[in-house]
Design a protein around this ligand. Structure first.
Ligand code: MG
Length: 271
């Protein structure tokens, strides 16, 4: 991974000092849309949670656990998207954060293990036409051999990085930015909540991990600095302080660790 040219990176077009990378499901949305599909029209919550734990404990790759879940969803793809648009809600403060980011030249880049068509449909419905200004990098969906994507049992998940156990290895994009020369490299934020964020957790300057979710336990176990967020109002307040120079990413990470140790991160701290 050598140095990259800033001109090749879409989020560098406006020479930002800060970039906000973020997970989509369960982070921008209140509910994980893929969990929702699996739990309600796939094989159900029990097996899905089992697969999440297997993945967190390193017994199965994220890619294989996620394919297993998506394979259990047989409904035509267009109907799945409509079903999500009808049911999935946005974090109530995300829109305010996004409006602030547009004003302050902090590009938002969505890095998701979900499927791009579903994410774009949800963002357009929930954020409006401005959502186009967010770069979205995810996985894809395609027709199974001999089938149409919009027929029963007709689609399957197609991974951005099929050779990687992450399916979409979020570190690939993050390193394109983190390897920029120091004088142009922006400060990088990342927000996430769960197993799909493990490939991103070590790659940015400040990781926001969602209170009470799997990513916190993982970061604590692996000694990865993070700060806790409950919703995007916490993230917005933090980002305002940091971009105004009133606090630093190091202060935020230190407070996050202390909150976790004090039991305020919504997961049980380990000794
Ligand atoms: Mg997530």
């Amino acid at each position: 991974m050598g140095l990259h040219d800033a001109a090749d990176l879409p989020a560098m077009k406006t020479n930002p000092k800060f970039i906000f990378f973020t997970d989509f499901d369960g982070t921008i949305t209140l509910q994980d849309s893929n969990d929702f599909l699996t739990d309600t029209i796939g094989y159900g919550r029990e097996r899905r949670r089992h697969m999440n734990i297997e993945c967190l404990d390193d017994r199965i790759s994220f890619r294989d656990s996620f394919r297993d879940m998506m394979d259990s969803v047989k409904r035509p793809y267009n109907e799945c998207i409509q079903y999500l648009v009808d049911n999935i809600k946005l974090d109530p403060y995300f829109k305010e954060f996004f409006e602030w980011s547009l004003k302050e030249n902090v590009p938002v880049v969505v890095l998701s293990s979900g499927m791009e068509p579903a994410i774009k449909a949800l963002l357009e419905k929930l954020v409006g036409p401005e959502a186009e200004k967010m770069q979205v990098l995810g996985n894809y969906a395609g027709a199974r051999p001999g089938k149409s994507i919009d027929e029963e049992g007709g689609w399957e998940i197609l991974f951005r990085h099929p050779e990687s156990g992450f399916g979409h290895d979020k570190s690939v994009t993050l390193r394109e930015y983190s390897s920029l020369p120091a004088d142009v490299r922006p400060t990088m934020f990342y927000a996430g909540d769960g197993v799909s964020d493990l490939s991103a957790a070590r790659e940015t300057d400040l990781l926001f991990a969602k209170k009470g979710h799997d990513l916190i336990s993982y970061c604590a176990r692996e000694d990865i600095p993070f700060t806790v967020f409950e919703d995007w109002s916490t993230i917005l307040a933090r980002c305002k302080e940091i971009t105004a120079g009133k606090s630093t990413v190091q202060d935020a990470a230190k407070e996050g660790w202390e909150a976790y140790k004090a039991g305020a991160a919504g997961v049980k701290p380990t000794a």
